[in-house]
Design a protein around this ligand. Sequence first.
Ligand code: ZN
Length: 65
Amino acid sequence: MRDLAAGGYHDRACPCCDGAAYRVPRRFIDVLLGVFGHTHRYRCATMGCNWEGNLRVYPVVSLPR
Ligand SMILES: [Zn+2]
């Protein structure tokens, strides 16, 4: 298990197989759901797993809008 606070903003662990998950563009519905929290959509890179879902991300840098 890796330390969540240590670098690696683009790779997360798959909650299903604990493999590497990469970020994918959010769909429209995800944008709507995104108002409830900071979540990004991830997909597992492990063959045979095919997990895909939203993972909460920590507000590392708050960009002013
Ligand atoms: Zn997986």
